[in-house]
Design a protein. Structure first.
Length: 213
């Protein structure tokens, strides 16, 4: 497997109407040595006293990277659990085209708490947060969520030298805490094998701290 970093910038536009949300976006960047992935990983390992990372001697060459993505989300009416907690379902579908990723996606999110915000969150690093909602609530609140996504994969640049699996599934559970313009989220994820002969599924945790302008 060839190593590669990915350095990119992007912009997107969002629109929400009642129980529907739509997003278009474009990412442009570079993969390969000029992305500085090797330098950054080595610096982080050195800072925290970790072993020097290996594998960068087999790195992909520089390549301009571009990706266009479109997502659509729909929210169902909320319903009560134990006569105390609200629960609502947000399902989504999308399409990604470019030379980094090409795939279609189907997903569903369930989130629960006594109070639920009027947005379509949570998002991910590669799936920007909903920024179309009204003035944020200043009180400290939280909600629990679970999420399941399915991708039909045609292209993954970082697995180009391998036989990729055409179907990839990822499950998540997490908690989101928010107050005013600040939001903090913690997730635990498990992802199915992404290429043939992969030794095991991937499990990983994520922490996201965001500020809404």
């Amino acid at each position: 497997m060839l190593y590669s970093g990915y350095l990119y910038g992007g912009f997107y536009t969002q629109k929400s109407v009642n129980t529907s949300f739509e997003q278009f976006g474009l990412n442009i960047g570079i993969t390969g040595p000029s992305s500085l992935g090797e330098d950054i990983q080595k610096r982080i390992h050195h800072t925290f006293g970790e072993p020097k990372p290996k594998g960068w001697s087999s790195q992909k060459k520089d390549e301009i990277a571009y990706n266009w993505h479109w997502h659509k989300k729909h929210k169902t009416p909320s319903f009560m659990i134990f006569n105390k907690y609200k629960n609502e379902i947000i399902y989504d579908y999308g399409l990604t085209l470019g030379n980094v990723y090409r795939n279609i996606k189907l997903g569903v999110v369930s989130r629960s708490d006594a109070y639920l915000p009027s947005d379509f969150r949570p998002g991910r690093i590669n799936d920007p947060q909903d920024s179309t909602t009204n003035k944020p609530n200043q009180l400290l609140k939280h909600y629990l969520f679970s999420r399941c996504d399915l991708w039909g994969v045609e292209q993954n640049l970082f697995l180009q030298d391998l036989d990729i699996e055409p179907i990839v599934i990822q499950g998540e559970i997490g908690i989101v805490m928010y107050s005013g313009r600040y939001e903090m989220a913690f997730t635990q994820s498990i992802k199915s094998k992404e290429y043939v002969n992969q030794s095991h599924t991937d499990t990983f945790a994520g922490f996201n701290l965001s500020y809404r302008f």
